[in-house]
Design a protein around this ligand. Structure first.
Ligand code: IPM
Ligand code: MN
Length: 370
């Protein structure tokens, strides 16, 4: 298969982790005889420095022409401490989501057996957690009209039936391929938008009689997600609630450094780790590249390259099992860098026979495969 992939490394740890994902995709292309071409583009603070805009026209155009986009991270402390800054790195990401109309953000939350003790939650509570969050990505508070003066400010939260229906259909369909349960998370006891979500989703449910539909208020869902995450299959929610819930869910996994995501519509698809730019940790080799690598696996799945994605996932599982992980996971070895994790996963894809692994030398970084 030929794929033209736009690569937007962005800020902070974005470039380091994205480089590992690109490496992995190149190994997959080689192994399976695909032709993937990569086109780099500027976004975020990196783009502001060079062009004055967080989302240059050229970047939008490269993304529109691409089959898929691999996104790193954006954000910079310089802008975070200045609430009056008009040009902000985040516009690079939010503007891209909006201009490509990437309305469905899909965030899998999977508790890896080998990492259960990395979560601050109890193992018996989180074992076998497997949740798929469908977060609406182009509406709500993020994109409503904004006003800001010295004395007052407002963000409008607005949703149309159309915006709710299109993502709800995707979430129902996803549930049909899983445990056939869909939980709509909202705040219908306080918000009009949430009441519309409930109404529309309830109406659509008649088209999916095999899916069990449940409703939870966001405050309650935030608690249930920690107490009993196994009760969830597919979660559907609006933009802001989805942002918060998905980051909370990373506690189940043990590190946000493992959470991948896809942002899609019928025409475009972007893949990105859910973590941010973490400028403080940039260029230190400590950033976990797995969220970005798993985002690349989601990219492959998006194009029906399931065998390819399965090999990436197998390589990731292996790296976790062998503790070839960055310091955020605080496993057996503490000297394994972002690049080394990427190298191991790349090596495994090139040579997936487990018998070839040289277990002894792995932690020394001397060689991963003999
Ligand atoms: C995310 C991020 C973004 C969001 C920020 C960087 C604007 O937190 O993708 O979850 O809030 O959507
Ligand atoms: Mn977030």
């Amino acid at each position: 298969m030929k794929l033209n992939i736009a690569v937007l490394p962005g800020d902070g740890i974005g470039p380091e982790v994205t480089a590992q994902a690109v490496k992995v995709l190149k190994a997959i292309a080689m192994e399976f005889g695909h032709i993937f071409t990569f086109n780099k583009a500027l976004v975020g603070a990196a783009a502001i420095e060079q062009t004055g805009s967080a989302l240059p026209e050229e970047t939008i155009s490269i993304c529109k022409k691409a089959d898929a986009i691999l996104f790193g991270a954006i954000g910079s402390a310089k802008y975070d401490i200045d609430p009056d800054a008009e040009i902000r790195p985040e516009h690079g990401l939010l503007g891209l989501r909006k201009s490509l109309d990437l309305y469905a953000n899909i965030r899998p939350v999977i508790a890896y057996e080998d990492l259960l003790n990395k979560s601050s939650l109890k193992i018996k509570q989180i074992r076998d957690t497997n949740i798929l969050i469908y977060r609406e990505l182009t509406g709500g508070l993020y994109f409503g009209e904004k006003k800001l003066t010295n004395d007052a400010a407002s963000d409008i939260c607005e949703y149309s039936r159309f915006e709710i229906e299109r993502i709800a259909h995707l979430a129902f369909k996803a549930a049909q391929t899983r445990k056939r349960k869909l939980t709509l998370v909202d705040k219908a006891n306080a918000l009009a938008t949430s009441r519309l979500w409930r109404k529309v989703v309830q109406e659509l449910a008649t088209q999916y009689p095999d899916v069990k539909l449940e409703f939870l208020y966001i405050d309650n869902a935030a608690m249930e997600l920690i107490i009993n995450p196994r009760q969830f299959d597919v979660i559907l929610t609006e933009n802001m609630f989805g942002d918060i819930l998905s980051e909370e869910a990373s506690v189940i996994v043990g590190t946000i450094g493992l959470l991948a995501s896809a942002s899609i519509n019928e025409k475009h698809a972007m893949f990105e780790p859910i973590h941010g730019a973490y400028g403080k940790f940039a260029n230190k080799g400590v950033a976990n590249p797995i969220a970005s690598i798993l985002s690349a696996a989601m990219l492959l799945e998006h194009f029906g390259l399931d065998q390819e994605a399965a090999l990436v996932r197998k390589a990731v599982d292996k790296s976790l099992k062998l503790h070839i992980t960055t310091p955020d996971l605080n496993m057996k070895y503490d000297n394994i860098s972002t690049t080394k994790v990427g190298d191991f996963i790349e090596d495994f894809i090139n040579n997936p026979e487990e018998t070839n692994l040289n277990f002894k030398n792995i932690h020394l970084g001397q060689s991963t495969i003999i």
